[in-house]
Every structure is written in C-alpha cells, then in structure tokens.
Design a binder for this molecule. Structure first.
Ligand code: NAD
Ligand code: SER
Length: 314
C-alpha cells in the first residue's frame, strides 16, 4: 500500500494535487503538509505543519507514517524570487536537497518534484522549445529549477533514488489564488471577470506563454508517477505542454462569457521575466515515453473555470 506525503501542499498546485492523490490512494493514505498552520489552509485532515528545510522533522514524519512516496512542491516562485533572490535560492535548493537526502536515507520508493519552463532563458529557441536545448535562465527561480533538475538526475544515477519531474508551464486553477508567479495574471483574470471589475494586466497584450489547466497538471503528475520506471528516458525533468496564449487571447476567451469585461495593460518587472521564457513547448518525449496527453485548450478551460468559480464565489 502506498503512503503519500505532499510537502508544500497548501499552495495553488497542492490543493488540487492532494485531491487527486486522495481519490487514487485514499484520504487516510495521503498526508498533506505545509509551512502554514492547519487553520490557514483549505486542506482537510490528515494535515501536518512541516518545514521542508527541516531534515529532522521530514525524517521523523517519513518514519512515523511509513511514507513510500513524496511530492515535494514547496518553492518560492519567479516573481517573488526576483524580489528576494537569496531567500528564493535558499528555500528552493535547501528544501530539495533535504527531500532528496532524507528520501535516499529512508529508501522512499518514489519522489516527485516540479521544475518549470523558467529553466529556459533568452538564448533558448522560443517556439516548440525542445526537451534538450540551450537553457541559460536569467531569473533566480529558473536557476534554482535548473540546478534542481541536475540534482534530481544526480540522485537517480548515483544513488538510484526514483525521482520524477515535470517542467510545468504556467498553471491555471480556480480553487485558490496563486503565490507569486509571472503567469498568475491568467488566474486573476477569471476572478476579476466574475466580480465585474476591470482587469489590470501586468503583462503586455502580445506576450505569448505556455500554459496548462490545473486538471491537466494533476493528470500529468499522476500519470508520470504511475509510469513504469523503465519507460522513463528523462531523469532531469520532462517538457509538458497544454496550450499557449497571450493576455489578449485569454481576455477574448473570457469576454465571450462577459461582453462588458474590460482590460488595461500595465506591464511591470514581470514583463522581462515573461519575455525570457519560451512561447510554446515541444513535449513529444513525454508523449512517447509515458503517453502524456492534455485534455484542455483555452476555451474549454475558460468554460470549466467560469462554471465552477461562479458557484464558488456566489
Ligand atoms: P504556491 O506558491 O502556491 O505554493 C507553494 C507552497 O509552498 C505554499 O503553500 C508555501 O506555504 C509552501 N512553502 C514555502 N516554503 C515552504 C517550506 N520551507 N516548507 C514547506 N512548505 C513551504 O506554488 P504552486 O503554484 O502551488 O507551485 C508548486 C510547485 O510547482 C512549485 O515548486 C513551483 O515551482 C512549481 N511550479 C508551479 C507553476 C505554476 O504556474 N504555479 C509552474 C511551474 C512550476
Ligand atoms: N508559473 C510559474 C511562475 O510564473 C513558473 O514556474 O513563476
């Protein structure tokens, strides 16, 4: 029987991934944890307050609950990272190395850790960015994710730790507000439309970025973790793609449901971050290795989000 520990579960991805994992493995076998106290999360029990950089605490929980799989999500994201680069480096690297080292010592069967399209930089081919290509990220978040990918591969090759990873595009969910990313505008826009407010967009109207609906991200994560180990040819991190769009295109998709909705473009420091990232991703290796397929495009995502979010906010 699998016993799952999700670390950094109180964020945008964790809230929905925990739900998917609980459906698969049972709520009693899926422990959510985060730095936040229980009262500050939307997560039901079982829940533990846990600092991912505290090796003694992580080890204690793995031993007490006989944890067989870890999903390590805790991180400082791109925009927040540029405001405090040393903090982002410290949290992102120290937490990953803690999980890898404790996972190795405790013989945890499988570990999942997310990377990001932020591993790519201005020298990377912009469209259909290949799995293996020039990277040179120019944000501290991207540098930490690229170093993290290399640490994952090192622990797999040197110590046999079965760690698996995805380079998520911008993730769009409606269940919680995002935590400091450059792609967050594409979450916020739905909340503003439903509240009848003008949307002030911090990216320029033609800035195309790779994105993915959260339901697809949860599916990709679970599919990767269930794939037979010998099918996986990538042990750094897999490119995965869902859709690519600009602020103007998502605005048009939302406005087809709210004809009076208005947008104002007011780019800030996040514009430079977005411009250093690819516009679209080639994920053919993920598709052929473990059968990755996405379900949602921009308009089907918009319909799904608006139908659920209007119920949640009413
Ligand atoms: P988020 O900011 O919403 O959530 C991160 C969570 O980590 C927060 O609940 C925070 O309290 C927790 N955390 C921070 N430091 C911690 C620590 N020391 N110990 C335990 N918990 C800690 O982020 P998210 O959007 O849910 O992203 C989850 C993961 O997915 C991150 O690794 C991120 O880099 C990656 N990712 C996200 C996106 C995206 O668009 N959201 C895209 C690519 C990759
Ligand atoms: N979507 C994330 C961000 O904008 C990238 O990992 O930071």
């Amino acid at each position: 029987m699998n016993k799952i520990l999700v670390v950094g579960a109180g964020g945008q991805l964790g809230i929905e991934l925990v739900e998917g994992l609980r459906q698969l493995h049972g709520a009693e076998n899926t422990i959510a944890s985060d730095l936040k106290p229980f009262e500050e999360t939307q997560l039901p029990e079982p829940y533990i307050t846990l600092d991912a950089t505290d090796a003694t605490a992580v080890k204690g929980i793995i031993e007490e609950h006989n944890v067989t799989q870890i999903y390590h999500l805790a991180a400082i994201l791109s925009a927040k990272g540029e405001k405090n680069p040393l903090l982002a480096w410290d949290i992102n690297m120290r937490s990953l190395l803690t999980i890898l080292e404790v996972g190795k010592m405790e013989k945890v069967e499988k570990i999942f850790w997310p990377s990001s399209i932020a591993v790519f930089g201005p020298d990377t081919p912009k469209t259909k960015t290949p799995q293996t290509t020039t990277m040179n990220p120019n944000t501290v978040y991207g540098i930490s994710k690229l170093a993290g990918e290399q640490w994952c591969e090192y622990y797999f090759r040197k110590f046999g730790v079965d760690i698996r990873s995805l380079r998520y595009p911008g993730l769009i969910g409606y269940k919680t507000l995002p935590g400091g990313g450059t792609t967050d505008y594409a979450v916020d826009i739905y909340h503003k439309a439903i509240k009848g407010e003008v949307f002030n967009c911090f990216l320029d109207k033609d800035t195309r970025l790779p994105m993915m609906y959260m339901k697809d991200a949860v599916k990709a994560t679970i599919d990767l973790m269930q794939a037979p180990s010998d099918r996986l040819t990538v042990r750094s991190s897999y490119n995965v793609a869902g859709m690519s769009f600009t602020p103007q295109e998502i605005f048009q998709s939302v406005r087809s449901h709210f004809p009076d909705f208005q947008i104002v473009y007011d780019p800030d420091y996040r514009q430079n971050i977005a411009e250093s990232w690819p516009e679209s991703i080639d994920d053919s290796t993920a598709r052929s290795d473990w059968g990755w397929e996405h379900n949602y495009d921009l308009n089907s995502m918009t319909e799904d989000i608006l139908s659920h979010l209007s119920q949640l906010l009413s």
